[in-house]
Design a protein around this ligand. Structure first.
Ligand SMILES: Nc1nc2c(c(=O)[nH]1)N[C@H]1C(S)=C(S)[C@@H](COP(=O)(O)OP(=O)(O)OC[C@H]3O[C@@H](n4cnc5c(=O)[nH]c(N)nc54)[C@H](O)[C@@H]3O)O[C@H]1N2
Ligand SMILES: Nc1nc2c(c(=O)[nH]1)N[C@H]1C(S)=C(S)[C@@H](COP(=O)(O)OP(=O)(O)OC[C@H]3O[C@@H](n4cnc5c(=O)[nH]c(N)nc54)[C@H](O)[C@@H]3O)O[C@H]1N2
Ligand SMILES: [Mo]
Length: 765
């Protein structure tokens, strides 16, 4: 079960590259390859037409907005792949599990496991035969319930991956709290938790301030570490519109990502026929991984210089009234910027003063600016400081809380932001516990729960005894794989709710259950009729989603039904907690949500099908700062590098990447078309100069070794040396394959988000 033949496309003799635009015919071929080769029935195509439209279903891929004035085909290459992936005709049945022991399956790769198709039947792990064997739902619920009752609630973890609906998420968090803990880590803990923590502290709300229409009203966009072409391709449409309008798009990224360079709209016949591409980024700067604090500081330094000059002519570049009225900490920040030399900035960023000033001049001249970012800022040892720095830049010119301005973290999973909104949080202070206490007549736990990194620590130390996974592939997504897998099997109980088989289901605890659920594209019939669910997008808009397809198996249950089934079997009865009624009619769950969060969710059932969704509001957007100082906070940076380690001879900064052919740990195939890498993921991307300097050869097989200086040996290989356009000292390879190289302690200092974008490693030939 190894990968197919290793082959890498190349454009020139120097580095691997894709010479087509993002979108265009390539993206249609990308869909056809997945759709044609295997899978879904023709009716699946009909389903695609209803994707992201009112009364249709909301895409299961990323959380990009679903606009009110939608396109005929409001889906992208990767959204289509995700839908077809769920609608596969393949089935992973009890017969499959009868044929393979769990120990055997543990050696299969992620791709081969998910290729087995949709899970069809609840399964229980049988130690004697080392196999998953079929069981009945009620039997599984009763067994899980009785085991949970015997455990200390503090030793049980309730993880969720950001796909489950608002309805499921609300019930799930309520279940954990009724049971007695706040151990509710979420995929967000590995993703935009840096954002949630930084923005909450600095502007008082943990989410972005931009809404869809701001994209049409801005003059410039500053892009940091977000790969639009692969990870939120529908964003390419408004980006293309903006570029055509003359909006300056300034990109900072160690890699030249295709979607941020040029785009052909696959939904635009003329562009498709003529091959006319739109240039997206007006400037593209290949910053060193971990060099963003320095870059942005350089931009701010230029802004101060320009302001000094303007002052001489009686004008200002800074938005002085805004700074005076709305911000705190400006003087300290200004002093830090002025006292930092250009030499230091150039060294830490890898960019020249001239390049940074060219970008900065756009910022100086633009009236309305949006700052956009993704994992390139959040997944660093000093990720918090990255975000604080981007905010500093925006605050200087009052670029927050005005039309066409603001901060736009591009969220990942399709409902990851929404899960946090309705109570999935390990931080009790973010949840209206007193309200829940009244609403459901119980005393909620007040002790802080475990986030993802703390969950891992708990599993390693033996404190965590049971793990409940609502979707996701935790074991593959987290750092420190070797130690984690070994510790995992010592747990008393693991329960996984899933659509497809993955590796996390196979490093099971002593007792283990694999519970198959319906997907969002599938019809969800309950006592009161077919049900719809809701999700929140990256712009805080909430929208209904109705599954249409016949479920993959008659034995599947919906996620709310599974959560409720286990909760009922675990908890003492409570007249205010009506699991059966809620599962019978999700409208009742939405009423509960509206009662707990009236400001955001009033009239929830009436508003859920508003085209484009209803906006739940954002105080910072209105320049109301719910921070300690009551103002937006400037932060004087304590470091210019966000890597958290010193440079040393032969130490590289490893960036862990997503390909265009994956959704997180789900690998659709081995074609990273937009980067020109075909047929394999076992590559080490490195620039030709570094290949020579290290005495390596193109095509040579090497391994990577952790350089975390903690005495732990971590190694991954073999990887093929592949010349690629990257800054000196930076190398790149794929997530999740590289995760064994990341030390659990290598995470953002404030939010504990694992630092997958600058991992210290050495190359072993
Ligand atoms: N098709 C598809 N769509 C997805 C996903 C998927 O796997 N596949 N995943 C979803 C999820 S959960 C998420 S969170 C998002 C992730 O979407 P992104 O936020 O785009 O995350 P990554 O793909 O990890 O890559 C981030 C980008 O940061 C750049 N980068 C790395 N280090 C640095 C740095 O130090 N500075 C700067 N400026 N840039 C840097 C990388 O070159 C890369 O282009 O996408 C979501 N959408
Ligand atoms: N090195 C490194 N590590 C990273 C990252 C990185 O960039 N670099 N990115 C991090 C990020 S941003 C994230 S979000 C995490 C992702 O971590 P997770 O969210 O835990 O992982 P996914 O791969 O999204 O989960 C895929 C599985 O979800 C299940 N699934 C799919 N649809 C459904 C559904 O509708 N219901 C249920 N119950 N299950 C379903 C399927 O069984 C599938 O196998 O990984 C993180 N890890
Ligand atoms: Mo994510």
């Amino acid at each position: 079960m190894s990968e197919t033949e290793t082959k890498v496309d190349r454009k020139d003799h120097n580095t691997v590259e894709y010479d087509g635009p993002a979108g265009g015919w390539g993206s249609l071929k990308g869909i056809a390859r997945i759709f044609g080769k295997e899978w879904a029935t023709p009716a699946a195509l009909d389903t695609l037409r209803r994707q992201n439209k009112p009364k249709g279903f909301m895409c299961v891929s990323c959380s990009w907005a679903k606009p009110a004035d939608y396109h005929t085909f409001e889906f992208c290459e990767n959204g289509a792949k995700a839908t077809l992936w769920e609608l596969t005709t393949r089935r992973c049945t009890p017969e499959f599990f009868a044929k393979h022991t769990v120990s055997e399956l543990r050696n299969w790769n992620d791709y081969d496991l998910e290729q087995q198709g949709r899970l069809t039947h609840p399964m229980r792990y049988d130690l004697a035969s080392d196999r998953y064997v079929p069981c009945e739902w009620e039997e599984a619920f009763a067994a899980i319930g009785s085991q949970l009752k015997s455990l200390d609630p503090q030793s049980v973890v309730f993880y969720s991956s950001g796909r489950a609906s608002l309805e499921t998420s609300y019930l799930y968090a309520l279940f954990a709290r009724l049971y007695g803990c706040n151990n509710l880590p979420d995929s967000s803990n590995m993703c935009h938790e840096t954002t949630s923590v930084a923005l909450k502290k600095l502007i008082g709300v943990g989410v972005g301030t931009v809404v869809y229409q701001d994209l049409s009203n801005c003059d410039a966009m500053f892009f940091f570490g977000q790969n639009t072409g692969s990870n939120s391709p529908r964003f390419l449409h408004p980006l293309q519109d903006a570029a055509k309008r003359g909006v300056q798009i300034i990109t900072f990224n160690p890699m030249r990502e295709k979607g941020l360079e040029t785009f052909i709209n696959p939904q635009h016949p003329l562009e498709m026929l003529t091959g006319k591409e739109t240039v997206i980024s007006s400037q593209y700067h290949q910053v060193k991984a971990g060099g963003d604090i320095a870059v942005i500081l350089g931009i701010c330094k230029h802004v101060f210089a320009a302001d000094d000059q303007a002052k001489a002519n009686g004008r200002r570049v800074l938005d002085v009234p805004f700074i005076e009225q709305h911000t705190h900490g400006f003087e300290e920040f200004e002093a830090k910027v002025r006292s930092t030399s250009w030499d230091e900035i150039e060294a830490a960023s890898g960019l020249s003063r001239a390049d940074i000033e060219r970008a900065a001049q756009v910022y100086v001249e633009a009236d309305r600016v949006i700052g956009i970012y993704g994992m390139g800022l959040t997944q660093h040892f000093h990720g918090f400081d990255n975000i604080a720095m981007l905010l500093n830049m925006l605050l200087l010119k009052g670029n927050i809380g005005r039309d066409g301005t603001g901060l736009s973290p591009v969220r990942g999973h399709s409902n990851v932001q929404g899960q946090r909104t309705v109570g999935i949080s390990e931080k009790p202070e973010l949840v209206p516990l007193d309200k829940l206490a009244k609403q459901f007549g119980f005393e909620p736990p007040r002790k802080k729960g475990l986030n993802t990194v703390e969950t891992c620590e708990g599993i390693l130390s033996g404190k965590v005894k049971a793990f409940f996974g609502l979707g996701g592939n935790f074991v593959r997504a987290i750092p420190e794989r070797a130690a984690m897998e070994a510790a995992w099997t010592k747990m008393e109980l693991t329960v996984q709710v899933a659509t497809k088989l993955n590796h996390s289901h196979l490093v099971n605890g002593k007792a283990a259950y694999l519970l198959p659920c319906r997907g969002r594209t599938e019809q969800d019939m309950q006592a009161s009729g077919p049900q719809a669910v809701t999700v929140e997008d990256t712009f805080s808009c909430i929208q209904g989603s109705s599954g249409l397809r016949t479920p993959a198996s008659e034995h599947l249950k919906s996620e709310p039904a599974i959560v409720a089934g286990i909760a009922k079997a675990t908890l003492p009865s409570n007249p205010k907690v009506r699991w059966d009624d809620w599962v019978g009619d999700y409208g009742l769950i939405r009423d509960l949500i509206a009662k707990t969060y009236p400001k955001e969710f009033h009239d929830f059932n009436a508003r859920m099908f508003t085209p484009g969704g209803f906006y739940r509001g954002n105080a910072a957007r209105e320049r109301i700062w719910k921070t300690k100082s009551g103002k937006a906070e400037f932060t004087a940076p304590q470091t210019l590098s966000s890597t958290g380690f010193k440079d040393a001879p032969d130490r590289y900064r490893l960036v862990t990447l997503r390909s265009n052919d994956q959704f997180n740990t789900t690998i659709y195939g081995f074609s990273d078309r937009l980067r020109g890498i075909e047929g394999t993921r076992q590559v080490l991307l490195i620039n030709p100069k570094e290949i020579e300097r290290a005495g390596l050869q193109e095509g040579q097989m090497v391994s990577l070794v952790s350089d975390a200086e903690d005495g732990v040996h971590r190694e991954v290989g073999p990887l093929k040396i592949t010349p690629f356009n990257l800054p000196d000292g930076c190398i790149a390879s794929y997530y999740p394959e590289m995760n064994p190289l990341i030390a659990l302690s290598h995470h953002d200092q404030e939010s504990k988000t694992p630092a997958g974008k600058s991992v210290p490693v050495r190359i072993r030939a």
